[in-house]
Design a protein around this ligand. Structure first.
Ligand code: ADP
Length: 312
């Protein structure tokens, strides 16, 4: 069974921004799927369309076989959403927030109360059930949004940056919780800025850049690409354009530092020989530490290199 099928999805916002340029994506039932990409890539737009908060400009979306065009209510009932922004009614009691959400899905009140207790207990919020949401910490508010998203026991749970700004202990707790509900059968799609999060939780991953899917593969395949390392060179002189060196992918940053991808087959002597030949002086060198950015940079460059080589 397919949990989510997206075909040629397009979105142009009213101001003319083409946020999605024809996206195809399939997520199988039971999967734990990561949607990654740099800021502005289009992840939130995809999630917004799938959860019918944003209207698409073209293409098709099916959730567990229900098209959002023909069968929106059925499609929506399959989904639970944990949005990026905290969007709780901060003056409402914690338990009521969850119980009232169940009402939107037509659950009888008694069942809603049972479910609210179940999820507030597992998410360690039951002690706080009578407090208003405003008094909760940031991590608690995120967990409350998860409880709210689960109260109708959706088959597909979508989380947009679920652990942003949450401390390490709570993050680990949330990871364990998400693993458990995935093992129990819930399909999960998440976006994250932490590669460690996607690495630790997700089986499959799609990477979006500039409104297009640039990678769609098992997590293990994508991680193998990280054998390359990015080093950052500070240069003594301002460069107008990226120097052309044989065999190296490079990026000139706005601060005039040069990022160079070092593959296992490379050696630094060769890199510096080529820089010397071009009279480029390196003042200092450091490793780039954000592995997720390294991954994006590698994939985006590979794509633009192959586009440059492809005469079509
Ligand atoms: P991500 O979630 O990957 O950061 P988004 O889906 O939020 O990316 O944004 C994709 C693109 O669409 C960006 O260029 C963003 O500026 C633009 N965008 C997002 N929302 C709107 C909007 N309501 N109106 C106009 N442009 C938007």
């Amino acid at each position: 069974m397919t949990a989510l099928r997206i075909k040629n999805l397009q979105k142009t916002y009213a101001n003319g921004t083409q946020a999605l340029k024809g996206i195809d994506l399939t997520v199988e039932a039971g999967d734990f799927y990561a949607l990654l990409g740099p800021n502005g890539a289009g992840k939130t737009t995809v999630i917004g369309i799938v959860t019918s908060l944003i209207n698409k400009s073209g293409g098709e979306v099916e959730i567990f076989g229900h098209s959002i065009d023909d069968d929106l209510a059925a499609a929506k009932s399959c989904i639970g959403l944990v949005p990026q922004e905290i969007n709780l009614n901060l003056w409402e009691r914690v338990e009521n927030i969850v119980v009232n959400q169940a009402g939107y899905y037509g659950l009888p009140r008694k069942l809603a109360q049972e479910r609210a207790e179940k999820y507030l207990r597992t998410l360690r919020l039951w002690d706080r059930r009578n407090d208003i949401a405003r008094t909760l910490s940031g991590g608690m508010k995120r967990r409350l949004m998860i409880a709210r998203a689960l109260v109708h026991e959706p088959k597909l749970l979508i989380l947009d940056e679920p652990t942003a700004g949450v401390d390490i202990e709570i993050r680990r707790f949330m990871w364990d919780f998400l693993r458990e509900i995935n093992a129990a059968g819930t399909t999960i799609i998440l976006t994250t800025h932490y590669l460690e999060e996607a690495e630790s939780l997700c089986r499959d991953v799609a990477i979006i850049d500039d409104g297009r899917i640039i990678e769609d593969a098992p997590m293990s395949t994508v991680l193998r690409k990280l054998q390359r390392e990015i080093i950052v060179l500070s240069l003594s002189e301002v460069m107008k354009e990226v120097p052309r060196l044989d065999n190296y992918e490079m990026l000139l940053r706005e601060d005039n530092d040069l990022e160079v991808a070092i593959e296992p087959s490379h050696n630094l002597n060769d890199l510096f020989r080529q820089l010397n030949e071009r009279n480029i002086t390196v003042v200092s060198m450091r490793n780039k530490t954000n592995r997720l950015e390294e991954l994006f940079m590698g994939l985006i460059e590979k794509k633009s290199n192959s586009a440059a080589k492809d005469p079509s």
